[in-house]
Design a protein around this ligand. Structure first.
Ligand SMILES: [Fe+2]
Length: 361
């Protein structure tokens, strides 16, 4: 079959407090905070924080909605672990690094003949570092996480399902993955092609209670796969509908990309994502990524109200632009004007209409 999916684009999670999340991602996982913005749905200002590798590559981006206002329930029907690649032998470093930060971890494990280690975010979310000598992406490095051990980007993700069959059919028939192996309760699928970030492991957990689906601290919200154009989003939506997955969303304008969502049979929300010109660099220069709060142009008039309801966060030291580094930032207004232009296909935008009677997290 024709497949539009190229690999993982981003993975979206709900931690609790924003600063706790920034600290874990940057100090423990060694990620770069690459964007501060807000959730573009609903009536409550909620941060949307993006973390990535040294080049902010598609396929390295974990995004979070800090959602301390409500706990989620971890369980089946959810993305249960976010998987990064690390160089061969680096799991030994990650064991001692996690221990030094007091991060609960699994110790070094193995599946599909490859070593990995899992670590738990303070909110309960799981991450794993999987050894993969072939991943050549440019890592972000910190004082504690050097290039020889740093994460390169996503290997993929682990999804917990009570029944493999329908979720397998969804990945193979609707998204064009192929099944590449089974190791105990893990069923591995990959997108045909080359390069990293093309894997999904279904974890068969028939007796695990179902987890929650909405936003809630400690749970994953969705996984997004990269497609190359808006046209591919429209065609992917048509494939879903042809197969009976009728509840695919309209194409939404997320400013940095366009998104279309569907609830997969195992319960996991799946997004397909097409980049827009400029991507993460539309509103800040490469060396300034993540250093300020950016809003889509159609939210700007509400900036003061939005900021007043967000937890102040401290941008990590490693993120701050060094004097004399790189070029001057591009004028944000010009980039915003370009992005505000009408896309080639109809996209939906949610207006910033915040309800001041609702308390943020
Ligand atoms: Fe997303």
């Amino acid at each position: 079959m024709q497949t539009f999916v190229k690999g993982v684009h981003h993975i979206t999670l709900c931690p609790g407090r924003a600063q706790e999340d920034v600290d874990f991602f940057t100090q423990v996982l060694g990620q770069r905070l690459i964007k501060q913005t807000v959730l573009m749905d609903g009536t409550i200002p909620i941060y949307h924080l993006y973390y990535g590798n040294g080049d902010a590559d598609v396929g390295s981006i974990a995004t979070t909605f800090p959602y301390a206002r409500k706990p989620g329930r971890i369980g089946s029907g959810q993305l249960s672990c976010t998987s990064y690649t690390v160089p061969k032998g680096a799991t030994t470093f990650w064991k001692s690094h996690c221990d030094a930060h007091g991060a609960e971890n699994s110790g070094i494990q193995e599946r599909f003949g490859t070593k990995y280690i899992r670590a738990r975010h303070p909110a309960g979310l799981l991450f794993e570092m999987i050894e993969d000598a072939s991943d050549q992406r440019n890592p972000w490095t910190t004082k504690q996480v050097s290039r020889d051990v740093a994460t390169r980007g996503f290997f993929g993700a682990v999804l917990s399902v009570r029944d493999i069959r329908e979720q397998e059919s969804f990945f193979v028939d609707a998204l064009g993955f192929r099944k590449v192996g089974v190791d105990g309760p893990y069923h591995r699928f990959e997108v045909p092609g080359n390069g990293p970030g093309r894997n999904v492991d279904l974890h068969h957990e028939p007796d695990r209670e179902a987890g929650s689906w909405g936003f809630g601290a400690g749970t994953a919200h969705h996984i997004a796969f990269n497609v190359e154009s808006d046209d591919a989003l429209v065609k992917q939506k048509a494939i879903y509908e042809e197969l009976g997955y009728t509840d695919a969303s309209e194409v939404k304008d997320r400013f940095y990309f366009h998104s279309m969502y569907v609830r997969s049979p195992g319960g996991i929300l799946v997004e397909c994502t097409a980049n827009v010109p400029g991507g993460f660099y539309q509103d800040e220069a490469p060396e300034e990524l993540g250093t300020k709060l950016h809003l889509p142009p159609w939210f700007e008039e509400q900036r003061a109200a939005i900021v007043s309801q967000l937890e102040p966060i401290t941008v990590p030291e490693e993120n701050r632009p060094k004097s004399g580094a790189g070029s001057a930032p591009r004028p944000a207004a010009a980039a915003a004007q370009k992005s505000a232009a009408e896309p080639a296909i109809p996209v939906s935008r949610t207006k910033a209409a915040f309800d001041k009677t609702k308390q943020p997290s």
